[in-house]
Design a protein around this ligand. Structure first.
Ligand code: INI
Length: 183
């Protein structure tokens, strides 16, 4: 699939103090380093301070959701960006690794409510992977960072609040036995 991320992503700004984590797979490391660079560049351009940013490495794309889940559960991050690179070989291994990485990353976001984005290149050849890691087809890490910035803002805007009371409602009655006034 070749496509371009929406240009509106490039205007993304982060609110001061929002923290982001990037999880990167070491498998195909020369490519995932480029994806990580793209993600860090996007976060920096959006105003995310270095102190509000963490990078964590894991063995491969299969481990990305596991690490993202641990980080999401800390509730320290506004969003988590996963970057990895899966290149098809001679066996169905690719389908399992790529499929489980995608499904797992989606699940982390849905189960925890912490936006968790997919910056994993899935390519048939190494040349295709390079095209998506800063080459002719863009940088999937950078695009995943833009998506994380936008979804972090969305999650902040729609954070659960106390249920609003109707304007004319009486104040709630205190629960339990009324305390006797001291003399
Ligand atoms: N991991 C990747 O990130 N990319 C690959 O292309 C890949 N291939 O082809 O095997 C890969 N495999 C390792 C996998 O992610 C796990 O680290 C490993 O299976 C241990 O759980």
């Amino acid at each position: 699939m070749a496509g371009r991320a929406p240009s509106s992503h490039r205007r993304a700004r982060s609110r001061p103090g929002l923290r982001f984590a990037v999880v990167a797979g070491r498998f195909n490391e020369s490519i995932t380093k480029r994806l990580l660079d793209g993600a860090l560049h996007a976060l920096d351009a959006a105003g995310v301070a270095e102190k509000d940013l963490e990078v964590h490495w894991v063995p491969g794309a299969f481990e990305l959701p596991q690490a993202a889940l641990h980080l999401a559960r800390t509730r320290r991050f506004a969003a988590i960006i996963c970057v990895g690179c899966v290149i098809r070989g001679q066996t169905p291994h690719f389908d399992f690794v790529a499929g489980q990485a995608a499904a797992g990353i989606q699940r982390v976001g849905l189960d925890t409510g912490v936006p968790t984005t997919f910056g994993v290149v899935t390519a048939l050849t190494e040349a295709q992977a390079w095209e998506r890691a800063g080459g002719d087809v863009g940088n999937r890490g950078q695009e995943a960072a833009y998506a994380a910035l936008e979804m972090a803002e969305f999650a902040q805007r729609h954070a659960p609040t106390a249920r609003p009371r109707p304007i004319d409602a009486r104040p709630p009655r205190p629960r339990g036995p009324a305390k006797r006034a001291r003399r």
